[in-house]
Design a protein around this ligand. Sequence first.
Ligand code: FCB
Length: 510
Amino acid sequence: MTRQRNISRDFTRREFLSVSGASALSLANLRFGDAAQPSPQISPASQTDSPFPRDFLWGAATSAYQIEGAAREDGKGPSVWDEFAHKPGKIHDGQTGDVTCDFYHRYPEDISHMREMRLTAFRFSISWPRVLPDGIGAVNQKGIDFYSRLVDALLAAGIAPIATLFHWDTPLALHHRGGWLSRDMPQRFGDYAAIVARALSDRVTHWLTINEPRSFIGGAYVTGVQAPGEKLSRAEYMRAAHITFLAHGRAVQAIRANAHRPAQIGYACDVSPSLPATDSAADVAASRESAFSSPLDHFSGAHWWRENAWWLDPVFLGRYPAAALAALGKDAPKILSGDMETIHQPLDFLGANIYGGWLVRAGTPDKTDSHPEPVPFPAGFPLTAFGWQITPDAMYWGPKWLHERYHMPIFITENGCSSRDSISLDGKVHDPQRIDFTARYLLALARASREGVPLLGYLHWSLLDNFEWQEGYTQRFGLIFVDFPTRRRIPKDSALWYAAVIKSNGASLM
Ligand code: FCB
């Protein structure tokens, strides 16, 4: 992840103050068995007090390269990440995902933790080169069998499997054949999607095609800090983005054509909403306008992570933002006949990965051509361990703006924070920052829900501490602590807290 966020918000809103760090901490002293009893600080909650829909899915999210390990086992082929992580100087301290959490072997243990936490959904990604070692051609049955066993074990635990087809681990062989710059890639991805759908769709009903196309293209081809580590020209990386959209469309077609049961298909986009600097109507209008404006500076490394419309409009509206197309000029992707129809497939939900937003205010009123203005963060603004600004309002305005524009049910497919977790003298892992962070974001989501935004679920990033791309193992995002030398798991206080939130369907937050 390479966000260069310029995000701000105010922390004065009343609804967020109702969550105190103190109540979060006292919950954290519970053991799993105790989660059934409400803590004295938490008002006894029932499902009827919940701001969330009755069938709201509560889960955690992961991705293959970040947790599986078994990088060269059972016939798996190499991905661009397997190669990139071994290049000197690319990853913190030369770390790799070769073994990482060893989820490939330890998933039964992890599923028992999920069960204790009462998760009702688990998002994982399928490693394309584990299924097709060369990206095309012969299927590696052992790879399919792994995901099949995983799905069976999740279902036996009462947990809905949510499968992502691509979370950045492009088969190396396909990269060498042009990768995401090749117009052959959508067909290849569609063929892979068909194989996976045929194998798993008798049991998997929820699918995500591509994870975070914006971050993927940004890290892989704009800044080049992620695999395969290339810095392309703007025309080239915009071409790669267009091909990624086409691949999404082909995968949707392939899942629908091959699914044994009706499939619920979405697309997991990273969204950084613009947030109104104050509650004034003018600032709210500025935020609404900025959320989907596409100025040219959103297409360079500097403000790459502020652009939303480019990454969503083609998929949900069947067109690129006209202003951006015009501004990009000769760097805009070449759109062939039929492309936009392929990209614009009917979807069942909009998956939004929301970590934060950026603050805007209305432009100077006396100027006739006044536009919304980004507002810098004040000094000392709250940050996660990663240095990302903590902006819970993003979880209110994000779903609200997304629903207004695209009219789709929203599924929060990622949200979370890294913190400097370690094992305390009492043998436990106390992570009050994560509890407070998550409570604030969930309260903002509850507000969106109460105002009528249709929500399908919330998936916390992440289940386990894991390999955080170029940062290696320095950023702990898990609800479960992983002691990497031994791979031992310890559910953090936040896991116990999350179990209580899930049990009350979110009512315990109120
Ligand atoms: C998201 C990625 C995920 C992880 C989190 C922290 O952007 O999808 O793999 O890196 O950020």
